[in-house]
Design a binder for this molecule. Structure first.
Ligand code: KG4
Ligand code: ZN
Length: 333
């Protein structure tokens, strides 16, 4: 029997990515990370969609070539439908529609955040159901109860900012260039968490990060009033303290959920799962509470089409296809 080969396209934010999956095996995963946003200190939606337009064709060609495949070998075209920036999503969705129409292939629409969770099925070791996944990205912070590949229940989420946003906004307050999260992480590794911040009080498994951001801002204002060079002189320690507070908050709620649901299969996903403090914390909790922990490889933490391809593989098996009428969704519940 011939293999099921799916081309997947991801264009939800500022990374243009394409991947090929063949019978559930990822054969290629090519990513173009847009640099244009550095000079704006954040993602400029208009610039993002323009950059997707110029990079989408070369990225798709590269994904096919790395997988040693031709367009004629494909069985379906998958794409990120949302959530994300509408202009960015439109580029991927339109490209996928055009290609599917010209090749007469079925189309598969993928939910970006669920795909982050399914990144755990790209390679071994794979979590066993049911497992809990802390999904932390630039736009989302959720604790997800994963009952099956396509059966997920959000049991907790942020009521305001996402964890990635908290990292990025704090980095901006510290005068660090975009993208701030990874840089703050790098500096934190050379510092000591000697400044203490209070943890936000919020019920159940939910999160809130906007108060923390205000706390960091006030702290910096107060310290800088007495020493104008405070930030420059203590940058690494400030980063370590901020990171420690965000990570310990994330972990406390995850631990509560694991205890209440009596689940010891614990995963992290999304861009912030690349954070060294979070990766270390999850391993420490794992040892202490006898969790089996799952941390994705760096290339599957931040936005990538391999995870879109993985979810598309499961949707293909269920026969869940979409028509040419499909539209991208900036918000996708
Ligand atoms: O999942 P992702 O690539 O895109 C979204 O779907 O949002 O996540 C991007 C987020 C950004 O906020 C970025 O700063 C954050 O992940 N991030 C990090 C690290 N690497 C990426 N935050 C903290 N430490 C990192 N090492
Ligand atoms: Zn993402």
């Amino acid at each position: 029997m011939s293999k099921i080969n799916i081309l997947a396209i991801e264009s939800s934010c500022d990374d243009t990515s394409a991947a090929i999956i063949s019978d559930g095996q990822v054969l290629s995963n090519c990513v173009f990370s847009q640099k244009i946003h550095e000079k704006y200190g954040g993602v400029l939606p208009e610039a993002a969609s323009r950059a997707h337009q110029t990079s989408i064709l070369p990225i798709v060609q590269e994904a096919l070539s790395v997988a040693n495949m031709e367009l004629q070998d494909l069985s379906a075209i998958a794409f990120t439908r949302g959530p994300g920036l509408l202009g960015s999503l439109h580029v991927g969705v339109s490209f996928a529609k055009g290609l599917a129409l010209s090749l007469n292939l079925p189309m598969i629409a993928v939910h970006h955040i669920k795909a982050h969770v399914l990144a755990h099925f790209i390679e071994e070791p794979k979590p066993k159901f049911p497992f809990l996944c802390l999904t932390v990205s630039g736009g989302h912070t959720q604790i997800v109860l994963v009952k099956d590949y396509l059966d997920m229940e959000i049991i907790g989420s942020t009521i305001d900012d996402a964890a990635g946003e908290a990292f990025d906004k704090t980095a901006k307050l510290l005068g660090l260039p975009y993208p701030g999260g990874p840089l703050l992480d790098k500096l934190a590794q050379q510092g000591q968490a000697k400044y203490k911040f209070t943890e936000p009080q919020i019920a159940n498994y939910d999160y809130s990060f906007s108060g923390l951001k205000t706390q960091f801002m006030r702290f910096l204002q107060q310290e800088s009033a007495t020493n104008p060079n405070f930030v420059q002189e203590n940058m690494n320690d400030i980063c370590a303290s901020v990171q420690e507070r965000i990570v310990s908050f994330l972990m406390r709620k995850l631990h509560k959920a694991a205890k209440d649901y009596k689940i010891r299969e614990i995963a992290i996903a999304g861009g912030v799962s690349a954070n060294s403090g979070l990766r270390k914390a999850i391993e420490e909790y794992g040892k202490r509470y006898h969790w089996k922990t799952y941390i994705p490889k760096f290339q599957y933490c931040t936005d990538n089409a391999a995870m879109i391809a993985m979810m598309a593989h499961f949707l293909y098996e269920k026969g869940e296809f979409v028509t040419q009428e499909v539209q991208p969704l900036a918000r996708f519940d």
